[in-house]
Design a binder for this molecule. Sequence first.
Ligand SMILES: *Cc1c(COP(=O)(O)O)cnc(C)c1O
Length: 388
Amino acid sequence: MESFLAFLECPECRERYDAHQLQTVCRCGSPLLARYDLERARTTLSPDLLADRPADLWRYAELLPVQDPSQIVTLGEGGTPLLRADRLAEALGMSHLYIKDESGNPTGSFKARGLAMAVSRARELGVHSFVIPTAGNAGGALAAYAARAGLTAHVFMPADAPPINQIEVRLAGATLHLVEGLISDAGREAAAMVATEGGMDVSTLKEPYRLEGKKTMGYEIVEQMGWRVPDIVLYPTGGGTGLIGIWKAVEEMAALGWIDDARPRMVAVQAAGCAPIVKAFHEGAEVSQPWPDARTLAAGLRVPKALGDRLILRTLRESNGTAVAVSDDAILDAQRELAEREGLLVCPEGAATLAALHQLLQEGWIAPHERVVLLNTGSGLKYAHLLE
Ligand SMILES: *Cc1c(COP(=O)(O)O)cnc(C)c1O
């Protein structure tokens, strides 16, 4: 299984970079995207060939950046179920509702996908030490994969991040730096450490490969639906990597000839107390403005300004999607509803997508017969401090 990785490309100025050297962002400041030789992949790879491979995200190895399989650092990430939610669908008057349930990933959230990929590829390129700012789960995932690889990690996290995230980082032997403020403040401190002491900054979209890990959700959803795209994907959006990644996967699958012309409408779901993407989308802006005084119990959504905001907003518009903000009360109600109707203990970020579904059904933006996928990005067990 040979990777078809060809080069890195700036989606804004189209500048190309060598994918076999360590890269960060484009000279123009934009994130870089990994590009593959899809023409060649198209002639050698097919959905049939994938059928017998193990059910983790490495089954898409040709479309991932790692060149030498012995460099893969894995805890068994990916291969999560796409669950039909029939009882919930019936209550909502819908006919096709699915939940992509990421709670079974190592470290209890889908951050495992991105960090497994970033750590594997960085190790392959000679990195020994990582630095990350995080709202919580990404730090836990980095600490776990760094431990698994025998490498060093420094995690910068808001002091009020969920307690479990602090514990999992310390237990895995990473160095935890608690920061007064938000992930944006943690980002500044992390960048300062990289500048003085070195180490690789694996912030969301400051390197190209966490996105490649998260895009595998797109491949999985489409494969699990029999190589058809859903009509709508509702995604709880912080940094937006998963939303950009799922859309990137859909575009790659189209170039590979694996799907027809249908495209999902992508929906960014944010918390009312931190909704910079929702605001920018409805104002018709191309970039977001930093959200002042960001507040929500959905820690993963507490991102006042996403580095990939331009890409997120473009994806929403290209896909004929939309952006929705939901209150923390609606999130907690939706969390209970998912537990009662489907037996799922979802994270608040995942519950936000159900709260948004209620709104979009009411507005008529989603029709009852449409095939809708909710992303549950992590386990509610990581948020036991919110549950009673
Ligand atoms: C990080 C995180 C999110 C947001 O993901 P992005 O891809 O950064 O938008 C959502 N849910 C959970 C549980 C997270 O940890």
